[in-house]
Design a protein around this ligand. Structure first.
Ligand code: PEP
Ligand code: MN
Length: 319
């Protein structure tokens, strides 16, 4: 932690400040620097920042990502092999944007497995940009995704949009997805962390690296043992700017060593753009993809325009 000081502090004020800091940061070692103080922390101290900022003589307080998010940056939660195996090349999670009906979902699941999917997108609750848009088929879909899991043997990745869904979804699904709109839904993060299931955390639109990692930290602090990050871009759709932030994706990976996926679909609004983004994401070091793909994108109720065909998906996996 670096604490920058106001100019022209008297020696007495400085001594008072150092005494106050030692009380707020038990066990820390303070070192004097040209612009202020460096505090080598004995324990996590992010909670003390508002108190330190408020001390007379303090101009600013700066923590590294590892000081903000000690669990997420500890490296202890790095790669794992089940329910997704991050040890052997890119992991492909594929499926339609939303489960619509049993026949089309089971057929897509079988085709995607044959085309190289390692897990299924199995969304029955959909957060949308407009509350009037299709929000998924809800609990009626649970039986359908359970059947798909049984028939394909593939793990299910499903989004929880509300704390009340977590327990029931966890009884069937293998990975709980926290969508971009819910990255800051702390009650949902707590419930998902406690569920015992692996959690896939998307970066919220326009969230900073630190904000994303803070939510990851919160999941770990509430019990998540297996955590996957997923970069999905900053916009629902900005004309001419469908980019994912690959630099931020790589920084997240370097700092946390957690598996980091990319979702090339949601910022693209177009299946050809999604295909190109998917390839760039893999070249940029993504550990895999969460991608919208189905047998009949042209008739999908939602996000069909950006949904890949199974053939395009197969070209990505190389199967
Ligand atoms: C999704 O993956 O189904 C989804 C809604 O994505 P996002 O939360 O990134 O918008
Ligand atoms: Mn979608």
């Amino acid at each position: 932690m670096i604490i920058s000081l106001q100019k022209n502090l008297s020696a007495g004020n400085r001594r008072d400040l150092e005494a106050a800091l030692s009380r707020l940061l038990p066990g820390c070692v303070l070192r004097r620097k040209a612009a202020g103080l460096a505090a080598v922390l004995a324990e996590p101290a992010a909670d003390a920042v508002p108190l330190i900022e408020n001390l007379p003589g303090v101009a600013g307080v700066f923590l590294t990502e590892a000081e903000h998010c000690p669990l997420a940056c500890s490296g202890k939660h790095a790669s794992f092999s089940a329910p997704l195996n991050f040890g052997r090349g890119p992991v492909f999670i594929a499926g339609p944007c939303a489960v619509e009906d049993e026949g089309s979902y089971l057929a897509a699941a079988a085709a995607l497995k044959a085309a190289g999917a390692h897990a299924l997108r199995a969304a029955i609750f959909k957060p949308r940009s407009s509350p009037y848009a299709f929000q998924g088929i809800g609990w009626a879909g649970l039986k359908i995704i359970a059947k798909a899991k049984k028939s394909t043997g593939l793990p299910l990745v499903t989004e929880a949009t509300d704390t009340r869904q977590v327990e029931r979804l966890s009884s069937v699904c293998d990975v709980l997805q926290i969508g971009a709109r819910n990255m800051r839904n702390y009650e949902l993060l707590k419930e998902a962390g406690r569920s015992g299931r692996a959690v896939l955390l998307k970066r919220a639109m326009r969230a900073t690296l630190r904000e994303w990692l803070l939510s990851a930290e919160y999941l770990l602090r509430h019990g998540a043992k297996k955590l996957i990050l997923c970069e999905r871009g900053d916009s629902v759709f900005s004309p001419g700017c469908p980019a994912l932030d690959f630099k931020l994706m790589r920084e997240a990976k370097k700092l946390t060593r957690l598996p980091v996926l990319a979702d090339p679909s949601h910022a693209s609004r177009d299946r050809e753009v999604a295909k190109a983004l998917a390839l760039r994401a893999l070249r940029s070091g993504a550990d895999g993809l969460l991608v919208e793909a189905s047998l009949s994108p042209e008739t999908a109720l939602v996000d069909g325009r950006q949904t890949m065909t199974v053939d395009s998906f197969r070209a990505l996996t190389g199967k």
